[in-house]
Design a protein around this ligand. Structure first.
Ligand SMILES: Nc1nc2c(ncn2[C@@H]2O[C@H](COP(=O)(O)OP(=O)(O)OP(=O)(O)O)[C@@H](O)[C@H]2O)c(=O)[nH]1
Length: 530
């Protein structure tokens, strides 16, 4: 069962119970049983599942619940809290510091995703202002250096390796020394994959560790090993004292829940999880955010961090929106920003309530639709791009020309222009709202350097007062329709406009956040795709 399915099943069990007319002990026991079955099927250790069952039942003691208490809320919160503690390692990892060389060494079994994750992590820190680089100390697998070189070049990360030196200890030492001299702040050392039995490779790993003296050694584990993650991490731990774990391939692994909970049980911090093959498919692991996303409640903090790390250029569009304008070029810029964000299904998972709405959205179809919209924009003249779109109504032959030039249909050009018109309408409405938003932000002590938590809390309060469905476990995030209300957007399942996320991010003190306006119109939302 992939993680998404696990989340859906748990969510369904909780929702079925809280919606049912008879919220009694028998129905509650049924829900707990269904959650436990789902967890066991996702390869979570039976003993851990039994503990969770006992503690949820203890937390919601029907016999002692006073009449009139909000049982729904108590049940939701108990499930949320206990799932969080199931995946919480209760241990903080090393945090890299600015203006010093932080050396991070990667170890793990063959094929677990070390090389890929090294590059993802270097990019992650690079995007956060750390001068990052990569050292390839895998002289064991032919092609390992080439793979790292290719990945690093794509991510624009400096790298070091050798095609002739066969001693990985020498390569690691030379690479780290070179980058330390050059004042790099994050130096990531990739080592060769091991099998548990290969004693000589284990010894080599220890030698590299002694040579480069890493500040942190990270073990990479493939999520598909499920519960075996515990034994594997202990085998590595007894040889190389590693400090943290990255679990890769949580996107497709049937046993992802098993691996995460097994590692958490060993109290080893899980720093990141790999969620796909793309360079951006790396998420910081935080138990609350993870469970929130698993249950389809979104992960707004993760979304803000992700969008900020992309360093999207929003200046012109934000200025336009504040003036009540939204040109075709603004739409093109937003499309290009969306394409930088990674697969749509992942973005949707971070927005409360949206993943359910886009349940059947196929990433490939979505990406293709976006590309075709970009082709349309790229076939326009500068004047057309910077226009408000009215010239297409006055001279419809322009649409025929553009459709021909972009290899698309007139219908698609019309759809794109309809999208732009809708955004322009929203921009007009938001003209006054932007100033109010800014005022609200200032009042909350916001601004770029503001206290994000305070702002989140204030925003949640405001959203709740608007009637949004609260998220159990302190999240309090509303559903999408509430967000849309707040943003003054259209909304609605089939092709309704998504709100401009940059507004939300601004309010959360994100600064420079990215806008994703009108994503719903991209493919018509669920069922609207052709
Ligand atoms: N779906 C998915 N694939 C991943 C993820 N991380 C890595 N991969 C894929 O897993 C495969 C193996 O990854 P590598 O990075 O080469 O693994 P490695 O551990 O360096 O391999 P060795 O050097 O042989 O030990 C590649 O095809 C990656 O694209 C992930 O989070 N999700």
């Amino acid at each position: 069962m992939v993680l998404q399915d696990l989340g859906r099943r748990i969510n369904a069990a909780v929702n079925d119970l809280t919606r049912s007319a008879t919220l009694d002990e028998k129905a509650f026991d049924g829900m707990v049983k269904e959650i436990c079955n789902a967890l066991v099927e996702a390869d979570v250790n039976v003993k851990l599942v039994m503990n969770l069952r006992t503690s949820i039942k203890r937390a919601v003691n029907f016999k002692e619940l006073a009449p009139g208490v909000n049982k729904k809320r108590i049940i939701q919160k108990a499930v949320f809290d206990h799932l969080v503690s199931l995946v919480n390692p209760h241990n903080s990892p090393y945090t890299p510091k600015k203006n010093k060389a932080n050396t991070i060494m990667f170890v793990g079994l063959q094929g677990s995703g070390k090389t890929t994750t090294c590059t993802k992590l270097a990019r992650y820190y690079q995007a956060r202002g750390f001068k990052s680089c990569l050292v390839c100390a895998d002289t064991f697998r032919a092609g390992a250096f080439d793979q790292l070189k290719q990945n690093a070049t794509k991510a624009k990360i400096p790298y070091y390796g050798s095609l002739t030196q066969t001693d990985p200890v020498v390569v690691a030492r030379e690479g780290v020394e070179k980058f330390r001299k050059e004042r790099f702040e994050i130096i990531i050392v990739d080592t060769s994959g091991r099998h548990q039995q290969e004693e000589s490779l284990f010894a080599e790993m220890v030698e590299i560790q002694q040579a480069v003296k890493p500040d942190q050694t990270i073990m990479v584990l493939d999520a598909s090993i499920g519960q075996a993650a515990e034994a594997q991490s202990l085998a590595f731990k007894s040889t190389a004292a590693f400090g943290a774990i990255v679990i890769t391939k949580t996107d497709g692994a049937a046993a992802g829940g098993g691996a995460i909970s097994a590692v958490a049980a060993t109290k080893t911090p899980i720093v990141f999880i790999g969620t796909g093959e793309h360079l951006l498919d790396l998420e910081r692991f935080q138990p609350e955010s993870f469970v929130s996303k698993l249950l389809g409640m979104g992960d707004m903090q993760g979304l803000v961090e992700h969008v900020q790390s992309l360093k999207l250029d929003q200046k012109d569009t934000m200025k336009h929106i504040s003036e009540g304008v939204f040109t075709v070029r603004d739409l093109r810029d937003q499309l290009s920003n969306i394409m930088k964000m990674g697969p749509l299904s992942k973005m949707a998972g971070m927005i409360p309530g949206l993943s359910g709405m886009m349940g059947n959205m196929d990433d490939e179809d979505g990406a293709m639709k976006l590309k075709r919209m970009m082709y349309i924009c790229d076939s326009m003249t500068v004047k057309e791009l910077d226009s408000d779109g009215k010239m297409f109504v006055e001279q419809p032959t322009r649409m025929t020309r553009i459709a021909r030039g972009s290899g698309t249909s007139v219908r698609e050009v019309e759809e794109l222009l309809a999208q732009q018109r809708m955004m322009a309408g929203m921009a007009k409405k938001m003209k006054g709202g932007m100033a109010n938003m800014q005022k609200a932000q200032n009042a909350m002590g916001g601004g770029r350097g503001g206290n994000q938590q305070q702002q989140m809390a204030a925003m949640q309060k405001r959203l709740q007062s608007m009637g949004g469905g609260g998220m159990p476990g302190g999240g309090g995030m509303p559903d999408m329709s509430t967000l849309m209300k707040m943003m003054g957007g259209g909304g609605g399942g089939g092709g309704g406009g998504m709100p401009d996320m940059s507004q939300l991010m601004k309010m959360m003190g994100g600064g420079g956040g990215g806008g994703m306006p009108g994503m719903g119109g991209m493919g018509g939302g669920r069922g609207g795709r052709r």
